[in-house]
Ligand binder design. Structure first.
Ligand SMILES: [Zn+2]
Length: 302
C-alpha cells in the first residue's frame, strides 16, 4: 500500500527551484527574513542580488550580504541546485540516502556526495523540547558486524549489551494520543545509570510516567517519576493494569534506525553516528508531515 504522504513532488520542486538564483533567494529569505531595511544605512530600498556572486547588495550604501556565509553552503563550489536536489532526495527517501546513490543522481564524486550528506545532517534541527506525560526510555546497540544483530535485544541483561563493536544509543519517546509521538536519541559512551539518568532529568519533566524494561540503570527513577517496568527478560512486552507499560514505540524507532543503517549506509563509523541519529530522529518526528523538504530547508532559519 502506498500512502504517499510526502506530497511535495519533483514537479513542484523544479518549479520552485529552477536555478541557483532561486535557491539563493530562498536561503537569503530564510537567513535574513524580509530585510525591510538595510542594517548599515537603514534605507528601505531593499537589496538586489549581485549577478556574479552569491551576494546581495544594498541599493543605497552598497553594503553586501552573503547569505550562505553562516550556513552549510558556506564556501561550497557545488551548485546550490545540486544541494537543494540532494535535500529533496534526502527527504523523499524512506530509510535514508547513501552517498553512492547521491553520487549517481548528481554526477559528483563520492567524496562530494558524502560531504554533502554530512552537511545536510548537520543542518537538521530537531525538536528537543522537554517531554512530559507518558514517556518511554530504551537503549540499543547500533552497528557492528554481528550477523545475528536482531537477537541482541531479545535477552535483556545478557552479554548483548556488551558487544564491543556496536555503539550504544539511548532514546526517549514521548507518547501521544494522536499517534504523533516524538523521539530524542543520543549516542552514549555506555548505558550505565550515571550516563542515562542525567539525560532523563534533562529532558523529561519530573512527575511524568516513564516506561522502561528491567535494565538496572533505570532503578531509582521512581523517586522522581512514576516508573512502569516491563520485564523483557521474562518475555513480557506489555504489562500493567492498563496494558500501558511497554517500550514498543522506541523498539519501533530502533528498528527503523537499524533498517536504515543496514539497508542504506552499510557502514556507519562511530565518529558520525550522532549525525545519523539526528537524521533518524528527524525522519521519525516528521514521518507524517506532508512536506518534509520544507521542514528541512526551514532549518536554515535557525
Ligand atoms: Zn544600505
Amino acid at each position: 500500500m502506498c500512502k504517499n504522504k510526502n506530497k511535495y513532488t519533483i514537479k513542484q520542486f523544479r518549479e520552485e527551484y529552477p536555478d541557483d538564483n532561486a535557491c539563493l533567494d530562498k536561503i537569503f529569505k530564510l537567513t535574513h527574513g524580509d530585510m525591510t531595511e538595510c542594517p548599515k544605512c537603514g534605507c528601505t530600498k531593499s537589496f538586489v542580488r549581485v549577478k556574479t556572486r552569491r551576494c546581495y547588495q544594498c541599493r543605497s550604501c552598497y553594503h553586501q550580504i552573503y547569505p550562505t556565509a553562516s550556513t552549510i553552503f558556506h564556501k561550497t563550489t557545488t551548485p546550490l541546485t545540486y544541494w537543494f536536489f540532494a535535500i529533496f532526495l534526502f527527504t523523499i527517501s524512506k530509510n535514508g540516502l547513501s552517498a553512492c546513490e547521491l553520487q549517481r543522481h548528481l554526477g559528483v564524486t563520492y567524496k562530494t556526495a558524502f560531504r554533502m550528506l554530512r552537511q545536510i545532517r548537520i543542518l537538521i534541527n530537531n525538536d528537543e523540547r522537554i517531554m512530559s506525560g507518558v514517556i518511554e526510555l530504551d537503549e540499543a546497540y547500533i552497528g557492528g558486524k554481528n550477523k545475528n544483530r536482531h537477537k541482541d535485544k531479545k535477552v535483556k541483561n545478557s552479554q548483548g549489551r556488551a558487544y564491543i563493536d556496536k555503539s550504544p544509543v539511548f532514546g526517549i519517546l514521548e507518547r501521544s494520543e494522536e499517534g504523533t509521538s516524538r523521539v530524542i536519541a543520543y549516542t552514549v559512551p555506555d548505558v550505565k545509570s550515571q550516563t542515562l539518568k542525567p539525560l532523563v532529568y534533562d529532558k523529561v519533566e519530573l512527575g511524568s510516567a516513564i516506561m522502561t524494561d528491567e535494565w538496572n540503570s533505570y532503578t531509582g527513577l521512581n523517586k522522581d517519576y512514576e516508573h512502569g517496568i516491563c520485564f523483557h527478560g521474562k518475555g513480557n512486552y506489555v504489562s500493567g493494569e492498563n496494558n500501558d507499560i511497554y517500550t514498543n514505540g522506541l523498539e519501533n524507532f530502533w528498528s527503523n534506525v537499524k533498517r536504515g543503517i543496514n539497508g542504506s549506509y552499510i557502514h556507519v563509523s562511530r565518529r558520525y553516528l550522532h549525525l545519523y541519529m539526528k537524521e533518524f530522529v528527524f525522519r521519525y518526528n516528521n514521518r507524517d508531515k506532508s512536506e518534509m523538504f520544507n521542514e528541512l530547508i526551514n532549518c536554515l532559519a535557525s
